[in-house]
Ligand binder design. Structure first.
Ligand code: BG6
Length: 501
């Protein structure tokens, strides 16, 4: 396996509502996530691998600690940081007037990253709609489009000079499925019509952002040659039985709804068949304007950000009647022609997320063959219960997980996939939608019980540093922890209290 090239981007990712805090500072107003977490506050029993809906008012307080965090990232050795911009901080009300303090915050955060040798890789929108806009219909309303245009323009004009790599929306799929069909996330609806509207307006918003992006390049506020992509969480389908035609067909249907529906509009400039079928079924023809379709066609995006956590094992619904031991099973929400199944024989995380790293390289080929654009992994990580033993988190399970996945990135590159970077989820512990603060993802731990929200390194941070320094993962799947742990343990001991600032 060849080492990674020096210019490969090794980054970490996180998201504003999950770490930023400062929700009541700097002239900001509430968003749909503030409302949702306040109204649905729920703390399960300690140690339960369940959903915790906790306050995000302070989260990890990146708002006040961004300078410290940039220096920690420097120590980690990364050269990129993927982060979305909080809309309600920049446009706190519907007057159309920019809150300069909001842009100041991001400008300062970007400057700190750059001073530490880290490229900011901004995402414009990660599910967090200002409440004033949510009340005007949010993503399932045409009002979203002009508001998004103003938001994109404000960001490109002020922050365009700090980077050359941008993404529009994070995971339109999870956001619309969980927010409009499943009432799991804000805006907490169960309404198929609203769901299709949200898919439509989010796709058009990507094209509008590209229109503004190109204008900003012409005007000189965005660096020439900069790229704008979309971030999607396609879970490659694995047929339950690869010799069964019904299961294979179910995989095709799954791809129509999980891949084509979310990437075709912004990468190919047109909606796939399943979209047009739904428009008819829900009588939404009037929503679709020729000028929108023209905008889509003329403003295709330039790269794919891929959030890979797991594939989906897909079966034909006939399997529901069979006597098979599943861990879990459910329909794919949008259609009942395919189901996702969780056979007991597979590996799972504490939160029952399937672990199958090999589909990262298999899926990368599918993305490349279909869209022929550069790809960057924007999220890949392990949510787990971490335990501090003698003040240290030795998260070998996370190192194993990430190492196995990064090896698949290396493999795909060797096989000719145009991967430009890898960004692990996450830089530090976060508020997780499915596990709150108990589901740990970070290379850097955050002491959420400490009012200072102190940071501490985990073993995985030193593993990642080592990968970046040597441009290579551990060669064998079995990691020799004894050799590795000497250096890492020493660093961990010396550092364990250092970041309690
Ligand atoms: C991605 C989201 O879908 O999954 C992140 O973009 C999220 O915001 C991540 O944190 C992991 O999901 P969870 O629920 O385990 O935090």
């Amino acid at each position: 396996m060849k080492p990674f090239l020096k210019e490969f981007i090794f980054s970490t990712s996180t998201c504003s509502y999950q770490i930023e805090g400062g929700r009541l500072e700097g002239g900001r107003t509430h968003s749909n996530w503030d409302k949702f977490t306040i109204e649905n506050y729920y703390i399960p029993l300690e140690g339960a691998a369940e959903r915790e809906i906790n306050s995000i008012t302070h989260a990890a307080d990146y708002y006040n600690k961004y300078k410290l965090d940039a220096t920690i990232m420097k120590e980690m050795g990364v050269n990129g940081f993927v982060y979305n911009l909080d809309w309600a901080r920049i446009f706190p009300d519907d007057s159309g007037i920019i809150n300069e303090a909001g842009l100041d915050f991001y400008e300062n955060a970007f400057k700190s990253l750059i001073e530490n040798g880290i490229k900011p890789i901004p995402i414009l929108y990660h599910w967090d709609t200002p409440l004033w806009l949510e009340e005007k219909g949010g993503t399932s309303s045409r009002n979203f489009l002009e508001a998004f245009r103003a938001f994109s323009r404000a960001i490109f004009q002020r922050l365009g000079k700090y980077t050359n790599l941008w993404f529009v929306n994070d995971e339109n799929s999870s956001y619309t499925v969980q927010g409009y069909l499943d009432d799991y996330c804000p805006p907490g609806k169960k309404n198929a019509r609203e769901f299709w509207k949200a898919i439509y307006f989010l796709a058009i918003s990507g094209a509008i952002a590209k229109d503004e992006f190109d204008k900003a390049i012409k005007e000189g506020s965005v660096n020439p040659g900069s790229l704008l992509g979309i971030d999607h969480d396609w879970t490659p389908p694995v047929p339950y039985d690869e010799n069964d035609q019904d299961d294979l067909n179910a995989c095709k249907i799954f791809n129509e709804y999980n891949l084509n529906l979310f990437l075709d509009p912004n990468m190919l400039g047109k909606f796939p068949n399943c979209f047009w079928d739904a428009i008819k079924k829900y009588k939404l023809e009037k929503m679709v304007l020729p000028s929108d379709l023209e905008m889509l066609e003329n403003n295709k995006l330039q790269l794919i950000g891929w959030n890979y956590y797991r594939p989906s094992i897909i079966a034909h619904p006939k399997r529901l009647n069979e006597k098979i031991e599943w861990h879990n099973k459910h329909s794919i929400f949008i259609t009942n022609e395919a189901i996702i199944v969780y056979p007991k024989t597979n590996r799972y995380t504490d939160w029952n997320w399937l672990i199958l790293p090999e589909y990262l390289s298999i899926g990368a080929h599918v993305l490349q063959d279909k869209y022929n654009k550069p790809i960057m992994i924007l999220e890949n990580g392990l949510g787990y219960f971490d335990k501090k033993i003698n003040g240290i988190v030795e998260d070998w399970y996370r190192i194993d997980f990430l190492n196995e996945h990064l090896r698949e990135v290396q493999k795909a590159i060797d096989e000719g996939v145009n991967f430009i970077g890898y960004s692990a989820w996450t830089y530090c512990d976060i508020f997780s939608p499915s596990g709150g603060y108990r589901k740990k993802y970070g290379f850097v731990g955050v002491d959420f019980d400490d009012p200072n929200l102190g940071r501490y390194p985990k073993a995985s941070m030193y593993w990642y540093k080592n990968v970046i320094k040597n441009l290579s993962t551990f060669e064998n799947k079995k990691i020799n922890y004894n050799t590795f742990s000497k250096e890492a343990k020493l660093s961990l001991k010396n550092k364990k209290n250092l970041w309690n600032i």
